[in-house]
Design a protein around this ligand. Structure first.
Ligand code: ZN
Length: 290
């Protein structure tokens, strides 16, 4: 079976979908759209794997520790421009437990390691930690997850905010080109994009491209066979559903916008985007099935 599209990054495993996760997944699969559910801590990573286990095809997990979860903090839903359906929450600090994540990484339905990476957007001085110490902890934790990806031979699902240069440097030092992966929610310049593409990484785009024009240049320049689409649900809902909780089904609006920006037929764009995601993330899993 070939999917119409794959939403390569959503969070049905988060509390925003606590009451209706299975319904949301069902209507997504019914529309021929597959999805990768992404963890950001050990418990949400476990929940991603639990969901993926329940479906014979079309639902996969990514497991990892997000850089903002290394410290206590507060996530403000209003800051993410989403008023409906996304609760604010406090984050608990977590230390990366290699063996616990390795167990999840080895699961046959786990498609990627992450989201992991660097996030300097919310870097503040955390108690006794200086900014430099926070950055170093993020880098160390990211390097461990790159090692895990290498060990289990699965690609990286990378989160990077205001830290592209440092992340590129780590990927070069760790030979990221041997592992591969996707830079989720890519928001950099074409100059940065080129460097990731040269390293063999893919770039993925969210619903933001339906209402902000900052991404058009990168989208026009990046080859169609090196980009992917995602919703990052429950966040960043695309037009025409702004103000509502986002969900994987809406990945279609992101793909359509890409066809419009690249001035290509929708059918061709959908087919290639789905193929890219299968090649990087789900192809081996599909093939290992009896
Ligand atoms: Zn995410």
């Amino acid at each position: 079976m070939i999917p119409k599209l794959i939403d390569i990054h959503s969070h049905i495993n988060f509390n925003a979908f606590k009451n209706d996760g299975p319904d949301v997944i069902k209507r997504t699969l019914d529309a021929g759209v597959w999805m990768i559910l992404v963890g950001s801590q050990i418990d949400t990573s476990r929940r991603a794997v639990m969901y993926a286990e329940k479906y014979p095809a079309g639902v996969y997990a990514a497991i990892g520790l997000h850089p903002i979860h290394l410290f206590e903090g507060h996530f403000d839903a209003a800051e993410a421009e989403q008023k409906a359906g996304v609760p604010s929450y406090d984050t608990r600090p977590e230390v990366f437990d290699y063996n616990a994540y390795k167990e999840l990484a080895l699961h046959p339905k786990t498609a990627a390691i992450g989201e992991c990476g660097l996030d300097y957007y919310r870097v503040m001085e955390h108690g006794t930690h200086s900014m430099e110490q926070v950055k170093k902890m993020q880098a160390d934790t990211f390097r461990q997850q790159v090692s895990l990806a290498r060990e289990v031979k699965k690609p990286l699902m990378i989160h990077c905010r205001n830290a592209y240069e440092d992340l590129l440097q780590i990927l070069r030092e760790e030979h990221g080109e041997e592992i591969g992966g996707d830079i989720h929610f890519f928001a950099g310049s074409w100059n940065i994009a080129k460097q990731f593409l040269d390293l063999g990484f893919y770039l993925s785009f969210t619903g933001v491209i339906t209402f902000a024009r900052d991404y058009d240049e990168v989208l026009r320049n990046a080859p169609l066979d090196r980009i992917m689409v995602e919703t990052d649900a429950p966040y960043v809902t695309p037009v025409p559903h702004r103000g509502k909780r986002n969900e994987p089904l809406y990945v279609e609006f992101v793909a359509r916008k890409i066809a419009e920006i690249k001035n290509l037929p929708e059918e061709e764009v959908f087919r290639q985007l789905a193929e890219n995601a299968r090649l990087l993330f789900t192809h081996d899993i599909e093939n290992s099935k009896e």
